[in-house]
Design a protein around this ligand. Structure first.
Ligand SMILES: *Cc1c(COP(=O)(O)O)cnc(C)c1O
Length: 395
């Protein structure tokens, strides 16, 4: 099976086994809802506990999941090229597992300034109180050697970054992390293992919000932490177990269903987004497009080197103030105003200017930044919608 293309493997992971009596099996793995399991006898319980203590997969209780969860863990491992996976009830919960599982009081962590916004809130709400200190840095230009302290344990990045989609040089970051004995953890929600594989580029821990492209239908919250190394896996598992997170089997099932169409959804989002870029590039109101697959993007050559595809995420810098861009956002008819992305539908986010003040990649504080998720609607309709809405800025 491992010799097959990833697209093939994604469809066949978790196929239910044949019933020995009837010789049949369901094509779609059922959602296995149960809070606990029954053991045939104490010897069976013993075997399961022994395997669990040895760090192997063994079903002993519902919280750590049943077959539906196992299949989804396999999906994440295949996507990311990892050997261990822990599921979480949201992307943010997965981020928590990584921070709290890998850091302790007195530790220091370097966090890239392009990081998903709520990570800064995790810092304020929990890490500071736990005595874990954070230094935000530009993973594009800052010298890590100058930022490392004796108690630094981890580098936490996101590539491409949230909002401006700056590509980071993951292999270079990995060699820096290695040189200083640090764990390199990255948020890979953008790539979701399908178009970008940080673990293959030297990262130690990859986090994916399955809420986005994995599920793909804006109907489930889900996260995963994927690692290669067994010792790191033990720490991640132990944190997950301690925190009591669990994922509903139905949610795991929805994510598994979403993954079956990933190979057609992702390239279509990417094609639509590039068509939108071509149109936006001709519009005088649009000063810059932030989308690494776009040939004029600053990170395009890194994207060409490290990515195998793209998606529907892009941001545009408009030749007007953030206030003046509001009528454009309100005039859009096919783009829902809202957070999140990775579902079938187009969305728009008016980026609060304050959230960009700490991004070193952002230089144009007087201009509006608008984030778009290009969905699977007809791209001609999306372009027509953007065109009529851009006209609202001119007035
Ligand atoms: C949405 C998102 C998350 C958080 O995922 P949730 O499932 O919404 O908690 C984490 N990282 C990135 C980059 C995201 O876009």
């Amino acid at each position: 099976m491992t010799t097959h293309h990833l697209d093939t493997r994604l469809l066949h992971i978790g196929s239910a086994p044949f019933d020995p009596e009837t010789g049949t099996a369901p094509v779609s793995l059922p959602s296995m809802r149960t809070s606990t399991v029954r053991f045939e006898n104490l010897a069976a319980l013993d075997r399961a506990m022994t395997r669990r203590l040895a760090g192997e997969r063994a079903i002993t209780y519902g919280r750590s999941g049943m077959d539906t969860h196992r299949a989804l863990e396999d999906v994440f491992m295949q996507l990311e090229g990892g050997s261990y996976c822990v599921l979480a009830p949201s992307g943010m919960a997965a981020i928590n597992i990584a921070f709290l599982g890998l850091l302790k009081t007195g530790d220091h962590v370097l966090v890239s300034d392009c990081v998903y916004g709520p990570v800064r809130n995790l810092d304020r709400a929990l890490l500071q109180g736990f005595g874990i200190s954070v230094t935000y840095f530009s993973a594009e230009r800052d010298d890590i050697a100058q930022l490392v302290q004796p108690n630094t344990k981890m580098i936490y990045v996101e590539s491409p970054g949230s909002l401006l989609y700056e590509m980071l040089d993951m292999p270079a970051l990995a060699s820096q992390a290695k040189a200083h004995g640090l764990i390199l953890t990255t948020d890979n929600t953008w790539g979701s293992g399908y178009i970008y594989r940080p673990l293959m580029l030297g990262a130690d821990v990859s986090i994916v919000a399955g809420t986005k492209y994995i599920s793909g239908h804006s109907d489930v919250m889900l996260g995963a932490v994927i690692v290669k190394d067994q010792k790191l896996a033990a720490r991640i598992h132990s944190a997950q177990y301690a925190m009591g997170n669990s994922v509903s089997a139905d949610d795991a099932w929805l994510a598994l269903r979403g993954v079956k169409t990933m190979a057609v959804r992702m390239p279509q989002h990417a094609r639509n987004a590039l068509e939108v870029c071509k149109f936006l590039d001709t519009q005088p109101e649009v000063l810059q497009i932030y989308h690494p697959a776009w040939h004029k993007d600053a990170g395009h050559s890194l994207w060409q080197r490290d990515c195998t595809g793209s998606n529907g995420m892009l941001s545009i810098e408009l030749n007007c103030t953030p206030e003046a861009a509001k009528p454009f956002v309100d005039a859009l008819e096919l783009f829902g105003i809202g957070f999140s992305w990775g579902g079938f539908e187009s969305l728009v986010q008016w980026v609060e200017p304050g959230t960009l003040s700490s991004h070193q990649h952002w230089k144009h504080h007087e201009h509006a930044l608008i984030r778009l998720h290009i969905g699977l609607e007809s791209v001609d309709d999306l372009i027509a919608d953007l065109k009529q809405a851009l006209a609202k800025i001119k007035k």
